[in-house]
Design a protein around this ligand. Structure first.
Ligand SMILES: [Cu+2]
Length: 296
C-alpha cells in the first residue's frame, strides 16, 4: 500500500501538498511530511514538494521512456543484427555533465536551507521560508529564549538556560497515557513536555550526557534534526507560529531504549509561558509550574 501511494505521489508532485497531514505527530497511513509550523520546515516542504519531486519525477519518466524505446526497437525480432560499436564520446559527455548540472541546481537551495537551519536569528538576517529560490524574505526576531536539550540514557533533560532550571522528560506507558493524558499518542507522549512560547525565536542547544552516547534531537513539524554529542554543544533554532504539542523522536540509533525517548514540545501563548517560567524559576518544581497551564 505504501509503495503504491508513494508511486502515485511520484507521478503527481502537486498532490503532495494537498495531502491531509497530522499536526505535531504522524497519522496512521500518512505518507507526506508533517504539517509545518516554522520557517525552516516551510523551506523543507517547499524543497521536497517543489524541485525535488519534479526532478525525480522527470528523471523517472525519462528513464522509463528510454527503456520502452529499447524494448520496442532493439528486441531480437525488430533488430536481428545488433550494431557492434561500444563508445560514443558525445553521449558520454552529455550523461556526465547533465547530472552534474542537475545536482548543482538542487544544491543551491539545499545549502541555503542548511545555512538557515544552522544560523540562529540575530533579528537582521532574513530567512528563505517557503521561497527557497529567494535571497531571504522572511523576517525572524532575535532569539529570546535559550533551551539546552541533553540526551540521557534514555530520556531527555531540558534546561531553561536563562533561568538555570532543568527537568527530565520521560516516556509514558499506554496505561499512564490513559490515566494522565488521554488522547495523546502512544510512544510519543511524555510526563513533562518542553514548554515554549508561540511566535518566539528559541535558541536550541543540543548535547548529550558527558558519560553517555550520541543521540539526535528531531521535531519534524519544526524542521529540526541535530545530533546530541557528549562534550559538544550543537545549536539550532525554531520559531513556532501555532500553539499545540509537537512530537519528535531521538533520531540517532543510541541503544536499547532508542525508540522510547520521545520529544514533546508544548507551544503555549506568551502569557501562559510567562506564568509557567516564573513559577518554575521560583519553585524549581516542574509539575507545580505546569499545573498553571491549561489542562491537555
Ligand atoms: Cu537516543
Amino acid at each position: 500500500m505504501g509503495a503504491v501511494s508513494a508511486a502515485a505521489m511520484a507521478l503527481v508532485p502537486a498532490m503532495a501538498s494537498a495531502q491531509e497531514v497530522g499536526r505535531g505527530h504522524p497519522e496512521p497511513g500518512q505518507f507526506h511530511l508533517q504539517e509545518s509550523v516554522t520557517p525552516i520546515m516551510d523551506s523543507i516542504v517547499a524543497f521536497h514538494d517543489g524541485i525535488l519531486m519534479w526532478t525525480i519525477t522527470l528523471i523517472v519518466l525519462f528513464v522509463l521512456a528510454l527503456l520502452v524505446v529499447i524494448v520496442v526497437r532493439f528486441n531480437a525480432k525488430a533488430n536481428p543484427v545488433p550494431a557492434r560499436f561500444t563508445h560514443n564520446t558525445l553521449i558520454e559527455v552529455v550523461w556526465t555533465v547533465v547530472p552534474i548540472l542537475i545536482l548543482v541546481v538542487i544544491a543551491i537551495p539545499s545549502f541555503g536551507v542548511l545555512s538557515d537551519q544552522m544560523t540562529v536569528p540575530d533579528g537582521e538576517r532574513k530567512y528563505l521560508g517557503a521561497n527557497i529560490f529567494s535571497l531571504g524574505e522572511v523576517e525572524v526576531p532575535e532569539a529570546s529564549v535559550t533551551i539546552k536539550a541533553s540526551g540521557e540514557q534514555w530520556y531527555w533533560n531540558y534546561e531553561y538556560v536563562d533561568q538555570g532550571v532543568a527537568f527530565d522528560s520521560n516516556i509514558l506507558s499506554e496505561e499512564e497515557i490513559a490515566e494522565l493524558k488521554p488522547g495523546q499518542p502512544r510512544l510519543l507522549a511524555v510526563n513533562n513536555e518542553l514548554v515554549v512560547p508561540v511566535d518566539t525565536t528559541v535558541r536550541l542547544q543540543v548535547t548529550s550526557s558527558p558519560t553517555g552516547v550520541i543521540h539526535a534531537f528531531a521535531v519534524p513539524s519544526f524542521g529540526i534534526k541535530v545530533d546530541a554529542v557528549p562534550g559538544r554543544l550543537n545549536e539550532t533554532w525554531f520559531n513556532a507560529r501555532e500553539t499545540g504539542i509537537y512530537y519528535g523522536q531521538c533520531s540517532e540509533l543510541c541503544g536499547k531504549d532508542h525508540a522510547y525517548m520521545p520529544i514533546a514540545v508544548r507551544v503555549v501563548s506568551a502569557e501562559e509561558y510567562e506564568a509557567f517560567i516564573t513559577a518554575f524559576a521560583e519553585s524549581r518544581n516542574y509539575a507545580e509550574a505546569a499545573a498553571l497551564l491549561p489542562a491537555l
